[in-house]
Design a protein around this ligand. Structure first.
Ligand SMILES: NC(=O)c1ccc[n+]([C@@H]2O[C@H](COP(=O)([O-])OP(=O)(O)OC[C@H]3O[C@@H](n4cnc5c(N)ncnc54)[C@H](O)[C@@H]3O)[C@@H](O)[C@H]2O)c1
Length: 332
């Protein structure tokens, strides 16, 4: 059993807590948040851009709450931490955890500063600890199915993949504070990164990226429309997303994939199914619950930390490449 603490109990901290409580290999020892008094009062994640559930207060009755990781480490014996603070603290808190010989699951994006991300990878290696970045889309059933179809060749080679993700401007938790949200990296590094990471994971590094950007309230790149091309294959990837929309704009994400023998569409607006069309028919297959991606990624991390096996499905080196890819959308 892995003894863990969640650091940062906002939208994502709550989501991870819910899934840790469901997993029999994980034992939640503590929650760390700079607002410790708010933790047990604020147990519904619906404040985020989608609803990931509600924690029964009884389940937190025996969980210790601390105002800092330092305080928590003095009192608790932990194996791992789940870090879900804002991006500007990712480096500092991950370093502190690794320095204290803990395995780390860190929310995406890794670190906006590439040198810091490299340093953390090196430190995790030196300490022989697992460092995994939460690129949850890799673990979401509808995207796992797409990945299986790409790998198996069931529909022939992939010719075109369009990934999209739209959301209203984030206004929950610390996102309300411009000093915090202004350091998030904006929609490119915070939201569209999900699709950039998945395209990289599923199709590989592109040889050329063409992108158009629009500024929003968080950054000069709160809307991204990009086309990726490959020298060595006949596949085109299109990525579109952003959070330039009004706050209550409904979150939506999805994909369209055109294989040689069939075309597929999945959207969170009709999340139950993936629709498949070929020359003869249109039919649906079950998509699975995308929300289970959060459970799957935490379970995978737990398994890796307990066995000492590297998280090959989501290595920190690959999360670093995803950050570098994000920069390729703005560095001309
Ligand atoms: N994987 C996803 O789908 C997804 C979705 C949303 C956010 N995120 C990522 O999760 C991270 C957090 O985003 P959020 O929406 O949960 O933010 P949030 O504002 O809801 O929560 C942040 C929490 O961190 C706490 N905090 C601040 N400083 C702290 C410190 N020094 N120690 C401990 N706690 C501290 C705050 O009090 C707050 O409760 C960001 O990096 C974001 O990019 C990922």
């Amino acid at each position: 059993m892995l003894h863990v603490a969640v650091i940062g109990f906002g939208f994502m901290g709550m989501t991870h807590t819910l899934n840790i409580l469901r997993n029999k290999s994980l034992r939640l020892r503590a929650i760390v948040d700079i607002q410790p008094d708010a933790v047990k009062k604020n147990l519904h994640s619906k404040g985020g851009n989608f609803d990931t559930g509600y924690i029964d207060p009884a389940q937190l009755a025996d969980i210790q709450i601390y105002a800092s990781l330092q305080e928590c480490l003095m009192a608790e014996k932990l194996d791992a931490v789940i870090i879900s603070v804002h991006t500007r603290l990712h480096y500092e808190i991950t370093k502190q955890a690794l320095d204290n010989d803990l395995h780390v699951f860190l929310e995406k994006p890794f670190c906006l500063d590439i040198a810091q991300a490299r340093e953390l990878i090196e430190l995790a290696g030196k300490k022989e600890k697992i460092l995994m970045i939460g690129h949850v889309v890799r673990f979401m059933p509808p995207y796992e199915r797409l990945m299986q179809w790409i790998d198996s060749g069931e529909f022939g080679p992939l010719k075109f993949l369009s990934l999209s993700r739209f959301s209203g401007r984030p206004v929950w938790g610390e996102w309300k504070d411009g000093a915090v949200s202004g350091t998030s990296g904006g929609a490119l590094f915070d939201l569209v990164i999900h699709d950039i990471d998945f395209a990289f994971y599923a199709v590989g590094l592109p040889s050329d990226i063409q992108s158009s950007l629009l500024p929003g309230e968080l950054s000069p790149y709160d809307y991204v429309n990009a086309v990726w091309k490959y020298e060595d294959r006949d596949t085109l990837v299109k990525i579109e997303g952003g959070n330039i929309f009004h706050t209550d704009f409904p979150f939506q994400a999805g994909y369209i994939a055109r294989f040689e023998k069939a075309s597929l569409v999945y959207t969170t607006l009709k999340a139950e199914v993936i629709r498949i069309a070929d020359e003869e028919r249109l039919y649906d297959v079950e998509a699975g619950d995308a929300g289970e991606g959060f459970y799957n990624e935490i379970s995978y991390f737990a398994e890796c930390a307990m066995t000492g096996r590297q998280p090959v499905k989501c290595l920190p080196e690959s999360a670093l490449k995803t950050i570098e890819l994000c920069y390729r959308h703005i560095d001309k």
